[in-house]
Design a protein around this ligand. Structure first.
Ligand code: FAD
Ligand code: NDP
Length: 369
């Protein structure tokens, strides 16, 4: 739950603090690496790319299996601090083991410490490109090239947001103060209980999130820019038959404003009908973007099979990708569940898949010796 609202809390400070924290860490890594030779070449059995729950779970398993993994945690990759999406949020209440909840940044720092404890070597650099055309694979970052027998891609995804007035995370915006991009993560927060809520989007996520939010809100509006949904028929009919859901067709949000005199939390939206151009007022205390995610796969430059939305394709029930020896875990290969615990679960799978693969090529080498 991100919205345990405290009137004295400046939410944007959290993100700034996270950036400063990693900034300090990067400064120390950078000065250390400045002393190293330019474009250092390192060899490893396993290179992990990413720094969210998937990457660190993979690192803990792989390091405990004595694979001595190298992990690139990124440096503000896709504008997100090392540690991934959870560094952009406050309380995480649905990750097992923390009955009182835990701050997203703290959870990820603990994951990082656990990776280090078992011997993972972590570099605060963003991977710019890779060469998976032959084994050993090559991974290129600012000052290092890693030559690796196996790879785990765990670079996550970024929820798309809309840039209308009041949607940002600055002092005048309601991001994290009523606006979110994850209903499953935030919907149960007290500030949404029995309050009118809205979802933007017309895909399966919007339908699923709107249905989910009816458990908490007094009513849920789906605001969609067209006059038909792209969601699957079954998901549409579930939403449309739910008496708590109302659809506002052909419309776009143009402004979010605050509640009451303090204006500290979201109080409502200005919604424009895109056909008539009329702008109307919609009183809601929660707004959830469900307009898709962007997986962080551009740096792969087409070297792994991706689906039409850019997610890495994995063989069902495994983390194997289209290239033998390259595995993918977390949100970069999951457009359905997108939770910290599912990312961690697939991170574990990827480490075990990589270990099994490395044992396999070890056995092959033994046989050919
Ligand atoms: P991510 O967390 O997406 O992290 C991947 C990271 O890898 C990137 O952020 C970046 O730092 C790094 N990276 C990317 N590209 C590169 C590169 N080229 N080189 C090196 N590094 C790179 N889930 C929950 O279960 N509970 C919650 O309460 C919850 N709250 C959320 C709140 C918000 C605001 C958001 C946005 C998401 C929330 N989620 C929550 C979802 C959860 O954060 C994600 O499902 C989870 O973080 C995905 O983990 P991941 O390991 O796949 O990667
Ligand atoms: P989609 O890309 O399918 O849908 C995004 C929606 O957001 C579309 O309706 C789109 O409108 C709208 N949108 C995009 N950009 C904007 C914008 N700038 N302003 C306003 N609206 C915008 O994303 P989803 O996250 O819904 O789904 C992604 C994938 O995950 C799909 O393959 C889906 O089937 C799958 N999924 C499956 C689930 C399930 O089976 N339970 C649950 C969730 C997702 P428009 O239609 O006009 O383009």
């Amino acid at each position: 739950m991100k919205f345990r609202f405290c009137p004295n809390h400046n939410w944007s400070k959290l993100f700034t603090a996270a950036r400063n924290f990693v900034g300090a860490r990067r400064a120390s890594t950078s000065s250390a690496s400045a002393a190293m030779a330019d474009n250092q070449i390192l060899k490893t059995k396993l290179c992990i790319i990413g720094s969210g729950p998937a990457a660190h779970t993979a690192a803990v398993y792989a390091a405990r299996a004595e694979l001595k993994p190298i992990l690139f945690e990124g440096w503000m990759a896709n504008d997100i601090a090392p540690g991934g999406q959870l560094t952009t949020t406050t309380d995480v209440e649905n990750f097992p083991g923390f009955p009182e909840g835990i701050m997203g940044g703290e959870l990820m720092e603990r994951c990082r410490q656990q990776s280090l404890r078992f011997g993972t070597e972590i570099f605060t650099e963003t991977v710019s490109n890779v060469d998976f055309s032959a084994r050993p694979f090559r991974v290129f970052a600012e000052s290092k090239t890693v030559v690796a027998d196996s790879i785990i891609v765990a670079t996550g995804a970024v929820a798309k947001r809309l840039p209308f007035t009041g949607s940002g995370d600055g002092p005048d915006g309601y991001w994290n103060r009523g606006i979110s991009a994850c209903a499953v993560c935030d919907g149960a927060a007290p500030i949404f209980r029995n309050k009118p809520l809205a979802v933007i989007g017309g895909g399966d996520s919007a339908m699923e999130e709107a249905n989910f939010l009816t458990k908490y809100g007094s009513e849920v509006y789906i605001i969609h820019r067209r006059d038909s949904f792209r969601a699957s028929k079954i998901m549409q009919s579930k939403a449309l038959s739910n008496s708590k859901i109302k659809v506002i067709w052909n419309s776009a949000v143009v402004e979010a404003y605050g509640e009451g005199d303090s204006k500290r939390v979201l109080g409502g939206l200005k919604v424009k009908n895109l056909v008539t151009e009329e702008v109307s007022d919609l009183k809601v205390n929660g707004l959830f973007f469900a307009i898709g995610h962007e997986p962080a796969t551009k740096f792969l430059d087409g070297q792994l099979e991706l689906d039409s939305d850019g997610y890495v394709v994995t063989k069902p029930g495994t983390t194997k990708t289209s290239v033998e020896g390259v595995f993918a875990a977390g949100d970069v290969q999951d457009k359905k569940y997108r939770q910290a615990i599912t990312a961690a679960g697939t991170g574990c799978m990827a480490a075990l898949d990589a270990e099994h693969f490395l044992q396999g090529i070890g056995l092959q080498q033994d046989k050919s010796d």
